[in-house]
Design a protein around this ligand. Structure first.
Ligand code: ADP
Ligand code: ZN
Ligand code: ZN
Length: 738
């Protein structure tokens, strides 16, 4: 008798190995041999039931089969992962040193991780009734949102609930129309042949000469990476749209990745306004069911355009045609815990395996990407002019040294704000610190309110009044007396958005001041309401954090004020200056996006700092070149590859002993890789955070291969070592923060 067939399964646990199971008892042998990798299997693991991913059907195991447990059931007989996506995730798990089962699980929609089957319940569709079809023009003049739905259904004849949602149609609007007897729920109209369906809903813009040149060079088949390097408002999105159109014409799908805070209704509607094909957006506002449906639509090929944030890079696609990454420099493309992958770098691998083009767009490309464009590995496409009628903003530096400030504002800054408000325009004030003040200090003795759990100051908040640690979430009441000297003069130190909001409101009592930060937009729908108000265009002052910096289109903002340009300048993280340059330019890019010319004011105490000077007078590319030269001299990425082994524990000596052990183990291996250098164990930038002491060990190498090899060996050894079970540790390959 031949050996029984076994299922080799990746289980979602942080162990770098697979597990073998006997097939479910009720599964006929003929079906076992037909099982494909990527099939989801429910299995007993310890005393839990987990959903694992089938890696292979095998006939021998290191463990005798009588000791093996049987899998409980197949979640679904067809595989959840295509071979392509499964290989991609496995590659990424190896590259980022994550346990394969965890990585595969991360790449699945939540419902599949919980064992839901791979089928979609029928979704309600909406169609015009006889009355709806015969509705005279202008009949719904008093209800423009309802009228828009009628127009939409005249164009598309039938739309699903999720398509309605993408077009910003709420259930309430649908209900009113149903009650009026103008629309009804029904089965979807039979779809005409794909080819015959129109792709476009609105005509593309006539490309500018620069746009046309870029469009001509972007391939629509075969592997090619292009950097679309264009200032804010230069028409990059229009290029994405026109490139996607070509891909759709071939009957293929487009995958578009955007930063976490970039997937706004505004962004989505640019796609749904342009294209008549099904679009799905994978954003955090979806329920698990909606997310799974969108994922299944991408997988079946029904969705022709898939827009999503980081994890969407793993979306299965039936007919992949192109991948586009907007704002490719954005830090949110790198996951900062668990499976620490970079969606941008994975997209390069995916596009190359699929032999399709990848388009990376940014006004402030990352140094990695810029380096690759400069050395010719990526095609470098430049857009230097703003599209349409918009002009590039003028930038003024305001030297704060020695000046009397009013709550952080220089007189000339306030005058400039006054002037714009007076002319009926909007002003955006950028300050990347929420709360009232970043610290509370005793004026008598200098004592500062620190977090008891972190090496950090507590931020003072006024709404509601309390002290808050932004690193561990710890909160406490505001003290009345200084615990050190009993003094009563406790004073806020520095500026946060709440404080600037109050200051602005007192300077401009008749002007609406809108604060946008994590606190003011916490309630569901709050952000949309504020954005709607801004879009209406009345004069107002916006004060906010980096939530305002990206993605949004504020046509009436004519002045952008950067209250504290120095914040990133002296960061200890080697990426600080790059980040600072990117953020400042992204914010500045919000000025003068439409007909009106824009102006930017940057307040700084270090106007003569070379980085500030270069950024101001020569622009981002000069700054990037300068930083790249520095990185070459100091041998930092992209000139050397970095990896970090992080360890944290409530007992500092355990974490550092663990890293010391790791370093010794690594040095024992470096016979095979002498090119690897070690640094550490070192304390992390914030040594204590949330009561845990954090240390790191840095590896660097000129070549990826030996480093990869070392990390893989080391991870397995550490996983099995007793000390590895007593500290919380993780590997971070190509880290984005220290
Ligand atoms: P980016 O993505 O680079 O910030 P967008 O594609 O959003 O730029 O374009 C900025 C503005 O210019 C938008 O309002 C857009 O409608 C407009 N625009 C883009 N391309 C053209 C064009 N070829 N002709 C006229 N207007 C354009
Ligand atoms: Zn004191
Ligand atoms: Zn804290």
């Amino acid at each position: 008798m031949s050996a029984p067939l076994l299922l080799r399964i990746a289980v979602p646990v942080p162990l770098r190995r697979s597990f073998d199971y006997l097939p479910p008892v009720d599964l006929p042998p003929a079906e076992i041999t037909c099982l494909q990798p990527g099939t989801l299997v429910e299995i007993p693991f310890g005393n839990r039931q987990l959903i694992g991913v089938l890696l292979a059907v095998v006939s021998d195991s290191e463990i005798v089969s009588t000791k093996l447990k049987a899998a409980t059931r197949l979640v679904d007989p067809s595989p959840a992962f295509s071979a392509e996506v499964q290989e991609l995730v496995v590659w990424a798990a190896n590259y980022y040193q994550c346990a394969m089962g965890e990585a595969l699980s991360t790449a699945l929609p939540a419902l599949l991780r919980q064992g839901a089957p791979l089928v979609q319940p029928a979704e309600p569709h909406y169609q015009l009734t006889h009355e709806g079809k015969g509705l005279p023009e202008g009949a719904l003049r008093r209800a423009p949102k309802q009228a828009a739905v009628i127009t939409l259904l005249q164009q598309c004849s039938s739309l699903s609930q999720s398509e309605m949602r993408l077009n910003a149609v709420t259930p309430a609007i649908l209900k009113s129309l149903q009650e009026k007897g103008l629309i009804r729920q029904g089965t979807p109209a039979p779809q005409p042949e794909d080819k015959a369906r129109p792709i476009l809903r609105e005509q593309p813009m006539v490309a500018t000469a620069e746009q046309q040149q870029a469009l001509d060079q972007i391939a629509t088949e075969g592997f090619q990476v292009s950097l679309l390097d264009g200032t804010t408002g230069s028409g990059k999105t229009e290029i994405y749209l026109q490139t996607i159109e070509k891909v759709l014409e071939k009957g293929l799908q487009a995958l578009v990745l955007v930063p976490e805070i970039g997937l706004t209704p505004q962004t989505i509607s640019r796609f749904t306004r342009r294209f008549a094909v099904p679009v799905v957006a994978l954003h955090s506002g979806l329920s698990d069911r909606e997310r799974l449906d969108a994922w299944l639509d991408a997988r079946s090929g029904k969705a022709r355009i898939v827009i999503g944030t980081r994890s969407a890079v793993f979306t299965p696609l039936a007919t992949p045609g192109i991948i586009i990454i907007d704002e490719e420099h954005d830090a949110s493309f790198k996951q900062q815990d668990g499976f620490r992958y970079s969606a941008r770098d994975i997209a390069v691998m995916r596009a190359s395996k699929l032999q399709i083009p990848l388009l990376l767009g940014s006004a402030t490309p990352s140094l990695e990407t810029l380096g690759n464009a400069m050395n010719g590995r990526y095609q470098h496409l430049r857009l230097t002019q703003r599209a349409g009628n918009a002009q590039a903003p003028t930038i003024h530096l305001v030297d704060l040294c020695g000046k009397t400030l009013h709550e952080g504002f220089a007189r000339e800054t306030l005058d400039a704000i006054q002037e714009q408000i007076h002319s009926g325009n909007q002003v955006l004030v950028f300050l990347n610190r929420r709360g009232f003040a970043p610290a509370l200090q005793c004026h008598d003795c200098g004592w500062l309110a620190n977090c008891n759990h972190c090496d950090a100051r507590m931020t003072l908040h006024h709404h509601p009044k309390h002290l808050h640690c932004h690193h561990c979430g710890h909160q406490r009441a505001v003290l009345r007396r200084c615990p050190q000297c009993q003094g009563q003069q406790l004073q806020p130190l520095g500026q946060g958005t709440e404080r600037s909001e109050i200051a602005l409101q007192s300077c401009f009592p008749d002007t609406r001041v809108i604060r946008i930060d994590r606190d003011s937009t916490r309630r569901k729908g709050a952000m949309e309401n504020l954005l709607d108000e801004i879009q209406r265009g009345d004069p107002c002052i916006l004060i906010g954090t980096q939530m305002l910096a990206k993605g949004h289109h504020f046509p009436n903002v004519t002045l952008v004020v950067i209250l504290d340009a120095d914040a990133g300048l002296f960061s200890t993280d080697f990426r600080g200056p790059e980040r600072m340059g990117q953020l400042l330019l992204q914010v500045a890019g919000r000025a003068g996006r439409a007909e009106k010319p824009g102006q930017v004011i940057m307040q700084s105490h270090h106007t003569d700092h070379p980085l500030v000077q270069t950024l101001m007078y020569e622009g981002y590319h000069a700054l990037a070149t300068l930083i790249l030269q520095e990185r070459q001299i100091t041998q930092m990425p992209p000139f050397r590859h970095l990896a970090l082994l992080r360890a944290e524990s409530k007992r500092p000596e355990l974490a550092s002993a663990f890293l010391q052990l790791a370093r010794e183990m690594a040095e024992n291996h470096t016979g095979m890789s002498p090119a690897i250098e070690f640094l550490g164990p070192l304390p992390a930038l914030m040594e204590k955070r949330g009561d845990r002491y954090r240390y790191l060990l840095q590896f660097s190498s000129q070549q990826r291969k030996p480093l990869q090899h070392l990390l893989a060996t080391l991870a397995l050894q550490l996983e099995q070592h007793a000390l590895g079970k007593r500290v919380r540790w993780s590997l971070d390959v190509d880290p984005c923060e220290m």
